[in-house]
Design a protein around this ligand. Structure first.
Ligand code: C2E
Ligand code: CA
Ligand code: CA
Length: 395
């Protein structure tokens, strides 16, 4: 039998299944018959378990010896659940859920077998600080709480990275990117805290705050730069936000408040979201209806067929930075950029290339007809004041 296979074992009435003190290498699901659980040496069973019950799982999860005796109460068939079948799943679970689970298990064990609690260190309070699995979960719980506090205290900052018109070499707009300087940890990468925010509901108020700040900045740009055509603002939107029933209404109200025409806001939606095409269509339609510009972010990283993208009516396609960074080493990257620019030109779709870091990349992308470029070659993301200062200098 391999480690992951389940097997049925048969026990005759009265036969021992395991005894207190035995090593625990599996749990059991009772397929047929009944199993009696006894405290060691007791005559009367603590419990008689019918078909459908699972037993013996606690010692496996707890990585400790059996604490009760188990005997077949009648003839019975037991499905063996191997240790690895249980632990592999636990390994894959979300760290927060795992921590909560382990804490619960520790509490349960101290009730079922108080005498064993101090000796089962994996779950005792003193030991949680040294258990890596629990630590990861606890850190995540703390980070989540800190993120909520940061949001309440308005500590999430915005930076704005210019997008350059590759025909005129002038700044055409900005992408709003958020930053979190955690007082103990330092900069937390947006990938990390945005995905944390997406796992919970924090992304909803955070997303609205980001939207407000980006619109405030665009309004300031209008007042100070008076650019023609006016600057646009790209704002990243996550799936969880799109699914929020009043999202569209709220962002519509924000742009109105700031006197901004919605077509100047490019909502960046990542390609990986377009997997469920029908759902994507439903979510995007109200944004189209309100007049927002839709930009397909990270293009080339998802699995969406081109046809679907066309039908979803994106105004802009943003080629993922991995194609730009490998365009000279990997012929496929260049081919892909070529195909996308050709197709987009025929359909009046704007193409943006991100992650442009050197002049050679810029030249080739320009020659291929890419409309807008973004990357460290032009500018890092800038604080609002810095961006305004640079604009003033450029005049
Ligand atoms: P993204 O939307 O693909 O954003 C582009 C990322 O590439 C940004 O990283 C930007 O700083 C970085 N970048 C810009 N130019 C270059 C370059 O020349 N070379 C390289 N190597 N990188 C460049 P950042 O700011 O760390 O953001 C990472 C991701 O976090 C974003 O990827 C986006 O998915 C997410 N994110 C950031 N801000 C927000 C936000 O306000 N809302 C949401 N929902 N997601 C956000
Ligand atoms: Ca983006
Ligand atoms: Ca991107």
């Amino acid at each position: 039998m391999t480690d992951t296979q389940s097997t049925i074992q048969h026990f005759a009435a009265g036969q021992s299944i395991f005894s207190a003190g035995d090593a625990a290498d599996c749990a059991y699901l009772i397929q047929d018959g009944q199993v009696a659980m006894y405290s060691p040496g007791a005559e009367q069973p603590l419990a008689i378990l019918p078909a459908g019950e699972i037993f013996g799982e606690m010692a496996v999860l707890d990585n400790s010896p059996r604490i009760l005796d188990a005997r077949a109460h009648s003839d019975c068939d037991l499905l063996v659940i191997k240790r690895s079948q249980i632990l592999d799943r636990l390994e894959q679970a979300d760290p927060v859920l795992r921590t909560l689970f382990e804490v619960l298990l520790s509490r349960l064990r101290s009730q079922v077998a108080p005498s064993l609690s101090p000796a089962s260190p994996r779950y005792s309070a003193q030991e949680t600080g040294t258990n890596p699995a629990i630590n990861v979960g606890l850190e995540k719980i703390r980070l989540e709480a800190d993120l909520l506090t940061a949001l309440e205290q308005d500590e999430i900052q915005m930076v704005f990275q210019p997008l350059v018109n590759l025909k005129t070499d002038r700044w055409a707009g900005f992408e709003a990117l958020c930053r979190w300087q955690h007082e103990a940890i330092g900069q937390v990468s947006p990938q990390e805290f945005i995905s944390l925010a997406e796992e919970t509901d924090i992304i909803v108020p955070l997303g609205i705050r980001i939207f407000e700040k980006a619109c405030e900045f665009l309004h300031r740009l209008d007042q100070q730069a008076n650019e023609h055509p006016p600057f646009f603002m790209s704002i990243n939107v996550s799936a969880r936000q799109l699914a929020e029933p009043d999202f569209v209404e709220r962002i519509g109200a924000i742009v109105r408040q700031h006197g901004i025409s919605p077509d100047r806001i490019k909502l960046e939606i990542t390609e990986t979201l377009m997997v469920d095409y029908q759902q994507a269509r439903q979510l995007l339609q109200p944004l189209h209806d309100l007049g927002f510009t839709l930009s397909l972010d990270d293009f080339g990283t998802g699995y969406s067929g081109l046809q679907h993208l066309i039908e979803l009516d994106f105004h802009t396609i943003k080629i993922d930075q991995r194609f730009v960074s490998t365009m000279f080493e990997n012929a496929r990257s260049l081919t892909m950029i070529n195909v996308v620019t050709d197709m987009a030109a025929n359909m009046d779709i704007e193409v943006v290339a991100e992650g442009i870091e050197n002049a050679q990349q810029k030249r080739v992308l320009q020659a291929l007809g890419v409309d807008l470029g973004q990357g460290y070659l032009f500018s890092q993301p800038l604080a609002a004041a810095e961006a305004l200062e640079q604009l003033a200098k450029a005049r």
